[in-house]
Design a protein around this ligand. Structure first.
Ligand code: ASP
Length: 476
């Protein structure tokens, strides 16, 4: 049964197709102006802006309209009519029409905003933008960035679905994974004195999903790393994380390259990819020629729509630590390149061993990296031995991986893309904070939620935790 009185809500952008009809729209008062006795409101919703006209003859509605202020939320019913010829605005989708108002309802009022939302917002101080992020996101540029982000993620999901990948969520409360950064840890209330770690990436879980026979996994995954503030980093960031079984380096690089090209061609047709297939450079050559492992290969650096992707391959597996031992350069779970397999197993010529790691760089930024993994238990064991871990430590920290590899784990490999950086480059944004809905400041704070913050004494007691020092750690 339909309620005769009910009128479904129209999005502003759809009104232009309904000239002569009575419709109901909802949104924010974008601006208000008067021409003699006639009052005009620009009504804004997610889809655009519609000109709404109030005339004095409809007295009650007109009087209420006179009280409206910017950012008030209103519901308006009225007739969509063609604008007079001289009032047409070719720049907006609803520029041919306007609404002649029948009724007006104020759904909520708004105080004067503490920041302007009409501009791009780059000129506004970060603290204000972050404190009022929900208002900052009302600006056109930020709204469009979030919508573009959604479109890319949807495109990725659809593409990988067609390639027979399964999207699988992995835990956030987990155990420390050695990815080279400090872990965020979470105390356990039920297990006094014990802690979870938040994942630096889903690395171990995705490999265990290969052990489980899922064959092709992906996830739009949150990764958390407690690093010192450096440049444009976030304590939590988003990766496209994927892993495949029975593949070689070429398979993963091919899939990555195809997907990157399709995203650009379908969603950012104004952008030009400088070279396809993406050039491949060895770590040795890039360091010799460009002194960086993420070179900016753009031939014209002034062109904001030029994308120069490249692959960096043949990285050394290990590097010396300050203490004179060895550590991995990228990922301890990687396999050595095939020709160095025996050296790894014999723990010989360690400085010469190359890993199967491949990184993808774009305009001077690393946007992804991955490797073919060590899927045999002895290989992984040797990596940790080279790093000087005692047998008991290897067992305690990685016993579950080595054990899993003893039950028919297939050869596998994968990659992860840093999505935030990729979006920032696609959207010509100088900073990843411009493409994240609720980012933290450079030093890991959230001015809106006022966090990190203190917790109740009772909460600490339940967690068996005593605070001994509230001084900031010294900067290194
Ligand atoms: N887990 C790695 C990272 O986060 C990526 C990978 O090797 O798949 O950098």
């Amino acid at each position: 049964m339909t309620n005769k009185k009910f009128m479904s809500r129209f999005l502003v952008k759809d009104t232009a197709k309904h000239i002569g009809e009575k419709v109901r729209v909802c949104g924010w008062v974008n601006s208000r102006r008067a021409h003699g006795k006639i009052l005009f409101i620009d009504l804004r919703d997610i889809s655009g802006v519609l000109q709404v006209v109030f005339v004095p003859s409809n007295k009650e509605v007109y009087d209420l309209a006179e009280t409206l202020r910017p950012e008030w939320v209103v519901e308006i019913v009225g007739q969509i009519v063609k604008r007079p010829e001289n009032m047409v605005n070719a720049k907006i989708e609803t520029g041919q029409v306007e609404m002649s108002v029948e009724s007006l309802k104020v759904l909520n009022e708004s105080k004067t905003l503490p920041l302007s939302i009409e501009t791009d917002g780059y000129e506004i101080g970060e603290e204000t933008r972050m404190k009022y992020r929900y208002l900052d996101l009302r600006r056109e540029r930020m709204k469009n960035n979030l919508i573009a982000r959604h479109k890319v993620i949807k495109f990725i999901r659809d593409f990988l679905d067609k390639e027979n990948f399964t999207e699988i969520e992995t835990p956030i409360l987990t155990k420390s994974t050695p990815e080279g950064a400090r872990d965020y840890i979470v105390p356990s209330r039920l297990n006094a004195g014990k802690f979870y770690a938040l994942p630096q990436s889903p690395q171990q879980y995705k490999q265990l999903l290969m052990a489980a026979g899922l064959e092709k996994y992906f996830q739009i995954a949150k990764c958390l790393r407690d690093e010192d503030p450096r440049g444009d980093r976030q304590p939590e960031f988003t990766q496209l994380d994927l892993e495949m079984s029975f593949v070689e380096q070429e398979d993963i690089m091919d899939l990555t390259e195809r997907l990157l090209i399709l995203i650009v061609k379908n969603l950012f047709p104004n952008k030009k990819i400088q070279e396809i297939p993406f050039p491949r450079i060895s770590y040795k050559d890039t360091m010799a020629k460009y002194k960086t492992d993420r070179p900016d290969l753009r031939k014209d650096k002034k062109d904001k729509d030029l994308l120069a992707f490249c692959w960096i391959i043949d990285f050394p597996f290990f590097e010396k630590t300050d203490e004179g031992g060895w550590t991995f350069t990228h990922n301890p779970f990687s396999a050595a390149k095939q020709e160095f397999d025996t050296d790894l197993l014999d723990k010989k010529n360690i400085d010469k061993i190359l890993t199967s790691q491949y990184d993808v760089a774009l305009n001077g930024f690393e946007i992804g990296g991955g490797s073919v993994r060590n899927h045999r238990p002895e290989g992984l064991q040797k990596v940790f031995e080279i790093m000087g871990y005692k047998k008991e430590i290897i067992q305690e920290k990685f016993g579950h991986m080595i054990e899993a590899f003893k039950y028919g784990t297939p050869p596998h490999g994968g990659i992860a893309w840093g999505l935030d950086r990729f979006f920032a480059l696609l959207l010509n944004e100088p900073n990843i904070r411009e493409v994240i809905a609720f980012p933290k400041t450079g030093d890991g704070r959230d001015f809106m939620m006022q966090t990190p913050s203190e917790v109740d004494k009772k909460q600490l007691e339940e967690l068996h935790i005593k605070i001994s020092n509230t001084k900031k750690p010294e900067k290194k």
